[in-house]
Structure formats: structure tokens, C-alpha cells
Design a protein around this ligand. Sequence first.
Ligand code: TYD
Ligand code: MG
Length: 462
Amino acid sequence: MARATSKFVCQNCGATHIRWSGRCDACGEWNTLVEEDVASAPVGGAQRKARAGRPIALAALSGAEDQPPRISTAIAELDRVAGGGLVRGSALLVGGDPGIGKSTLLLQAAAKMAVAGNRVVYVSGEEAIDQVRLRAVRLGVHKADVGLAAETNVENILATLEAGPSADLVVIDSIQTLWTDSIESAPGTVSQVRASAQMLIRHAKRTGACVVLVGHVTKDGQIAGPRVVEHMVDAVLYFEGDGAHQFRLLRAVKNRFGPTDEIGVFEMTGQGLGEVANPSSLFLGERDARAPGAAVFAGMEGTRPLLVEIQALVAPSTLATPRRAVVGWDSARLSMILAVLDAHCGLKLGAQDVYLNVAGGLRIVEPAADLAVAAALVSSMARVPLPVDTVYFGEISLSGAVRPVGHEPQRLKEAAKLGFSRAVTPSRMSGGDAVKGVEGIESLAGLVAMIAARAPEEARKP
Ligand code: TYD
Ligand code: MG
């Protein structure tokens, strides 16, 4: 039987299929299968003759464990996310929605590193040289000595890199635009992206340059095509944020040379991305503390404490199935809190619409936000504003108990730094001395009673 000469590769997840179909069986995406040549796949062919291997020397686990040599990008927030600077000879993938500011950030980093005396090459496959120059002028970095190229062929890029003195930083914007002669399929396909990345990563390992690859993500948050690159690179950073807000978060999701729970916070301004050293003040900036339904959550993003406002609105519903709308938090988690409020505190929310919003466009994943969410919900339902000087954190269990969470001293210290003098926390916590009025509560019912006790006091105010 004749061997198939082509296969169909899903551009979303990289799964291969023998036949074309409208939908990928592996990831369920529509219209993502593209025909690619079997011969072009960079996998070692089965036809190759087996050769006898040669034994290699095994090393011990202990021994000289030098820290990897790092170069600072002179952007503290970027250094922090990368684990203390970029590692020589490593490859980094920066993913994010189109227009979020990847090119801007990397051009700023490239310029700063060039000013610090590193040899920097910036290859743009998306923009013409003039466009990059215009951006550099706008960012005020056009004086920096950056080698600029508008090129999409990997062989040409590698030849250029190898011709000159070896570079310290190579930025490739973006990996989706690259193509190599060794593969038949069109640029942007999974096999082109994979092969191009492989060649650039090999260059990084060989010469000790840091290679930064830019990748676009699709609407569902996956790096399209370049997702296959995630396994190959040493670190993957996501640049996120939403268009309606100024701030941007850089998050490490994989890092072979550092922690993955770090975030960097930036603000998009007219002169490019500015670093935000104190993010809490950014997220609490436009707070209307006198309104019911707002609670300040003392959260953690990685090793960084971060205060955010959680807003809730509980209103009578006109629908048969009341609305539950959540922005910035998990909707299943909200349902859980509502069920606990109903079962253990007797608050009937079955005929109410519930809206929950995390201010500033931030997305919270910590269960520690449970208590702040519950406080905002109860406050909105009772129409009682919460005290302006109080932060909340704690996890709520299905039994209605409030459970302790980690990093309590950091949370309280951040709250004190921003002028909060009281905290409502799980009762088994020690308190510490950063915040004076630490109030430990054992159960959700305790929180409801605490807010209810404020009602007459609030009613007396003008
Ligand atoms: P860009 O870096 O081109 O995004 P990406 O490479 O991720 O696609 O960012 C473009 C956006 O940033 C664009 O909408 C305009 C905005 N921007 C500013 O607000 N200020 C600036 O100084 C720059 C250079 C861009
Ligand atoms: Mg770009």
C-alpha cells in the first residue's frame, strides 16, 4: 500500500489527523486542520538505519551548581518575572493578545539593554523598519544602539546573527511570522513555527544569547500554533490585561530558572509602558468607599501582596432564573458562596440577581477572596456600607467555617502600608502587629452578624 504523503495538523493544538475534517477531534476547534507534508515533519524518520549508541558519562546530582549567568533588562518588573534577569543561552516566549503591548515592552527592554552595553538585535517580522523607528521615537529610545531588521526567514536571521559579533539579546517579533526553507508548509503553520523556534533555540544554546520570542494568543487564551513552542522554551511569560484599563500584568507560567508565581505590573502611557512599583494603589485608585457592596480584599499575586476592591450588587430579579454575572472571578465559586450564605446564614438569594466584579479588570484565582466576596454580597444585600478602613481575606468551606490562608503577615503589612487599620480574617490567625484591629471570625454567620450590627449605626449617619 502506498504511504500517505501528507497529514492534517491542527493549528490550535498540534494534533495530527490522517484525513481532513471540519473539526479537530483533539481540541474541538473548528476549521483548524491544515494539510502538511509528511516529509517536512522534523521527526526522525523510521526509515533511518538504526545505529549503535555510544555510552555517555553519568554525573552525580551533587556537584558545582553555579547560578545561571543573567543579564538585567533594566526593567525591574520584567527582571522580577524572569526570575532576576534574563538567563544567557535561554529562550523565552512572551505571549499575549494582539495590541496588549508585547512589541512595546520588548522594544523598551531591547533599548535599555543596549544602553547598558549589551549587543541587541531586534527582528520584526510584522512591522517595517520605519514603523519600529517611529515607535522608538515615541518611546524616546531611538538613540539606543539596537540592530534592527525586518525579516521573516530564519536562515537569513541566523546567518545575520552568526556574521556579526555574538548578540546578548535577540528579540523575534513574532514567531508566527517566521518560516524556514527546510519545511514545505506555509508560514504560521504549526510545523513552520516549531521548526523555526527549534533553530533559534539551538542558536541561543550555542552562542549564549537570550532569545525572546513573541507569540500571539487567540481569544480563548491559548497561544495559537506557538503553543507547541511552550515545551521547547525555558520560560513562558504571558502579558495580560484588558483594553479598557491602563494596567498590564506580566505573568510567568513556566520558568526553568525561577519561580512561576511572580507578576510584573505595568501601566500603558503615552510614552510606552511604565513600571508600577506599588500596584495596590493602582487597583484601589478610584474607590467609592461609601457605597454598599464594596469590600477590599488583601490578596497575593505570587509573592506579592495586592489589595483589590471587590464589588457586588444584589438586586431583585424579574427573570425566572435570576442572573449571576461575574467579572474577574470564578462563577462556580460564586455559586458556592451563595449556597453557603443560604444554607448556613439563612440569606435567601434565590430570587435576586447577583453581579460580582473585581475592580480594575484584575482576575483573581485565590480561594482567600471568599471572605471579601461574601462581605461585599452581604453588604449589598443589607444596603450597609462596609467600614472604609477594613480589609478581608479567608477561605470559606462548605460548612460555613472560615479557614486560614497563607501569607497572612504580608497581606496585613500591605494593608497597613495603604492606610487600612482593621482586618477581618480567619480566627486562628495570629494577627501580628502590622494592623491594629485584626478581627478573627470563625464562621460566615459571624461575618453576617458583624455586618448586620452596623445597620443601625449606618442608619443614624446623615
Ligand atoms: P503593541 O506593543 O504594538 O502590541 P502587541 O505587540 O502586543 O500587538 O502595542 C500597541 C498598543 O499600545 C496600541 O494599541 C497603542 C498602545 N501604545 C500606547 O498606548 N502608548 C505607547 O507609547 C505605545 C508605543 C503604544
Ligand atoms: Mg506587536
